[in-house]
Design a protein around this ligand. Structure first.
Ligand code: FPP
Ligand code: K
Ligand code: ZN
Length: 465
């Protein structure tokens, strides 16, 4: 092997065992960054630990299961001009319409998660370009019953509220939109409910006396911002006894403590870094202020970027959620959507391989009969459909943050997330054709473009009475 250039996208993949050390340096180190990324996503990993463990076996088996989907087309989908399966739009729409419908009796234990099923299905449908206004009445009715008199939402009538259910309920109402949907939310009770979650160390619990983790911080910021609730803690908030007056007191420092030695973000200080929590942490900071300011202030950005980059599996192209674990389509969003926020904060682009993620989603994460999956061999569900589609959208679209954008909305507190702009489509080494385009998704709220702004402006200046 003497060729000194990186393989072009049309040349066959070079197997690493064929390279000598000096070839390796020329092949990998001597090439431009973009070639480097492309190269890594065409061959087996350059360094292999020879110790065999359950983890290494699971990784090898996963790669073997995925490769046929990257190298061929076992589902016999129609191909786009990049020789990748086309986005199976109609099949995914049909699947998500089904996940929005009735469930069999065996699903009863999942009742507490009902708001999530609505959110994932509705968000997935809009990402595919569907008009979901026909569901408006049903969504309002469903959540009117699930709203607790003391504020927040549970899975259904009579259930205790939980912050995750509340987050999914509010986002579902934002997606269908309209004054009736917005005004169905008891904002005053919500303000008190959220005040009850604020903890002495700055973080938030998921329910009264429940677990304190970064989902709580993110969900609370999302809801306070979308509903334009006062940043001041309600008079009955227990953390007032610890000197807090604002929902934001000690919050940035608490999120900062969730970044661990690897650079990723964990559920709570001292835990393992994980993709889902990384997005919650970055989202939380991007609501507290402009990402340029907050991410750089509270996080070690080079270390974060190192950890995020390490999540992109090669040659699979998709992301894992944590070190030494497997690629999974849902991290197309949990990790994939971190990049827009990191790019805004760091001013850098090209930090991740959009094309490789797009290839994983189109080739390996589409289920033959519709819906999207974790990985080949798994069954589709609304969660993996929603988040693979959000990830595909993230590969296709470039967003920038500009404080001067959209000057009419988001002037008050927690107004930062209303100043995102879509710069355009990502065209360089793209994996998609026009027919594979997924709609714009708000980079922080993960709702259709424009919907967060509509909700916020409905409430701006209203206060809580
Ligand atoms: C590990 O599952 C998954 C977690 C530890 C986190 C799940 C959390 C979310 C999806 C975040 C929810 C976000 C909000 C906004 C409420 P696993 O061990 O099955 O998967 P893995 O092997 O890929 O880590
Ligand atoms: K997983
Ligand atoms: Zn998953």
């Amino acid at each position: 092997m003497s060729a000194a250039q990186a393989p072009s996208s049309t040349s066959p993949a070079v197997r690493l065992e064929e390279l000598s050390d000096s070839d390796f340096e020329e092949e990998i180190i001597g090439t431009a960054m973009s070639d480097h990324l492309e190269y890594l996503h065409r061959v087996a990993p350059p360094l292999r630990d020879l110790l065999e463990t359950d983890t290494s076996k699971a990784q090898d088996e996963t790669l073997e299961a995925i490769l046929p989907f990257l190298e061929g087309n076992p589902n016999e989908f129609d191909l786009n001009s990049h020789h990748l399966p086309k986005l199976q739009r109609k099949k995914h729409v049909a699947f998500l319409e089904k996940t929005l419908g009735n469930y069999p009796a065996q699903m009863a234990p999942m009742d507490a998660a009902r708001p999530w099923f609505l959110y994932w299905s509705l968000q997935g449908l809009t990402a595919l370009g569907e008009d979901v206004s026909k569901y408006q009445e049903r969504v309002i009715y469903t959540f009117a019953a699930a709203q607790h008199p003391m504020g927040g939402y549970g899975g259904g009538h009579g259930q205790l509220p939980h912050l995750a259910a509340t987050y999914a309920a509010v986002l579902s109402l934002v997606i269908v939109g309209g004054a009736e949907a917005y005004d169905s939310i008891n904002r005053k009770a919500m303000w008190h409910y959220l005040g009850n979650m604020k903890q002495a160390d700055g973080g938030f619990t998921m329910s009264p006396g429940g677990e304190e983790d970064i989902r709580g911080a993110f969900c609370a910021m999302v809801i306070l911002s979308l509903l334009d609730l006062p940043l001041e803690l309600p008079p009955d908030a227990p953390s007032r006894a610890h000197g807090h007056t604002s929902f934001m007191d000690n919050l940035g420092g608490w999120v900062s403590r969730c970044q661990n030695y690897e650079g990723g973000i964990s559920a709570a200080p001292g835990n393992e870094a994980h993709g889902a929590y990384a997005f919650c942490g970055l989202g939380c900071l991007s609501i507290m202020g402009s990402p340029t300011e907050t991410l750089n202030k509270y996080l070690d950005m080079p270390l974060l970027i190192h950890w995020l980059s390490s999540r992109q599996c090669a040659p699979e192209g998709g992301f894992s959620g944590r070190t030494n674990k497997l690629v999974d389509g849902c991290y197309s969003h949990w990790i994939g959507s971190c990049w827009a926020l990191v790019e805004a904060a760091s001013g850098k682009t090209g930090l991740w391989n959009r094309s490789a993620l797009g290839r994983y989603i189109l080739a390996a994460a589409q289920f033959k009969k519709g819906g999207l999956v974790d990985k080949p061999g798994k069954r589709p569900d609304a969660y993996h459909s929603c988040y693979n589609l959000a990830g595909l959208s993230a590969t296709q679209r470039v967003y920038t943050f500009d404080e001067a954008m959209n000057g009419n909305v988001g002037k008050g507190h927690l107004g930062a997330p209303y100043h995102w702009e879509e710069k355009g489509l990502y065209e360089e080494d793209k994996a998609w054709d026009e027919g594979d385009l997924v709609d714009r998704v708000h980079p922080v709220f993960i709702v259709p473009w424009g919907k967060a702004e509509e909700c916020r402006s409905h409430f701006e200046g209203k206060g809580v009475v």
